[in-house]
Design a protein around this ligand. Structure first.
Ligand SMILES: Nc1ncnc2c1ncn2[C@@H]1O[C@H](COP(=O)(O)OP(=O)(O)OP(=O)(O)O)[C@@H](O)[C@H]1O
Length: 247
């Protein structure tokens, strides 16, 4: 399978002399969901910010389809969509206007936009809220706007930061179904989450970050083998990796 995203020896953080991430290397291939997991402060969001091109590495690089953000920012960004942990909405724009803006930013033609937008709105129970402004949305609805925008454009790579917080069970189910569909159509998904049973069920591989370093990575079976415990759950592995505890 071809790599969509390659992160190589990424070292970086908020100040040049005190990096948060140390030599982080991993890839996201087509048709796979990668779970990025780690304790609070492990460096998941910082890794994501580097991938998005919001932070410059001290060392190493992040490459999407062979290009770095610095080389071609617009091409680089056009390959991905991002669902942040905290929704970022324009308070003066309706839901419909958010979707139209997204379509414009990613050059979606009118027909593609119309074909995709209605089933998505219906799936997330937002089809009767297109004229609403963000101030009327609940926390979960705000999260759904981000999800709708990200899935509308159907990029090759999805970067999803802690997606399940605030979503109702139906919303979580719809999101997981969308992830599965896009994966089967050839997309790669990098998803950071603390909800380990869901990650165990839906992710093909895992990256376990601890204090800015990758301490374990691989499929569940590979992690179980590294731990020497063939029936360990992702929860067990996570505790083992993050605290050095034996299950
Ligand atoms: N804006 C910032 N300025 C300086 N340091 C920061 C900033 N944001 C995060 N950090 C530091 O970077 C480190 C990694 O934080 P990061 O937000 O990447 O962790 P995380 O794994 O996403 O955690 P969580 O699960 O709590 O979201 C932490 O030590 C944190 O204190």
């Amino acid at each position: 399978m071809k790599n969509i995203l390659e992160v190589t020896n990424l070292t970086g953080g908020y100040t040049y002399d005190r990096p948060v991430l140390h030599d982080v290397s991993f890839s996201v291939r087509a048709r796979e969901v990668i779970g990025l997991i780690g304790l609070n402060g492990a460096g998941k969001s910082t890794t994501i910010k580097h991938i998005l091109g919001l932070m410059e590495p001290v060392k190493g690089k992040t490459v999407i389809h062979g290009t770095t953000f610095k080389e071609a920012p617009e091409t680089y960004r056009s390959h991905l969509s991002y669902i942040p942990e905290t929704p970022i909405l324009y308070e003066e724009m309706t839901l419909w206007e958010h979707l139209q803006m997204m379509a414009m930013a990613y050059n979606l033609d009118e027909t593609t936009f119309e074909t995709r937008v209605h089933p998505l709105l219906k799936e997330f129970n937002m089809d009767n809220k297109v004229t609403w402004f963000p101030s009327h949305f609940s926390k979960g609805m705000r999260q759904k706007v981000m999800i709708l925008c990200a899935f509308l454009v159907e990029p090759d790579l999805y970067i999803i930061d802690e997606p399940f917080v605030g979503l109702d069970p139906l919303g979580i189910h719809s999101l997981l179904e969308l992830i599965e569909t896009r994966k089967n159509n050839g997309a790669g998904i990098l998803m950071s989450t603390h909800i380990l049973p869901t990650a165990q069920q839906y992710c093909d591989r895992f990256i376990i970050l601890h204090e800015g370093k990758i301490v374990m990575q691989g499929t569940l079976e590979e992690l179980q083998a590294q731990m020497g415990h063939p029936h360990a759950t992702l929860d067990d592995i996570y505790i083992y990796a993050s605290r050095g505890k034996k299950v």
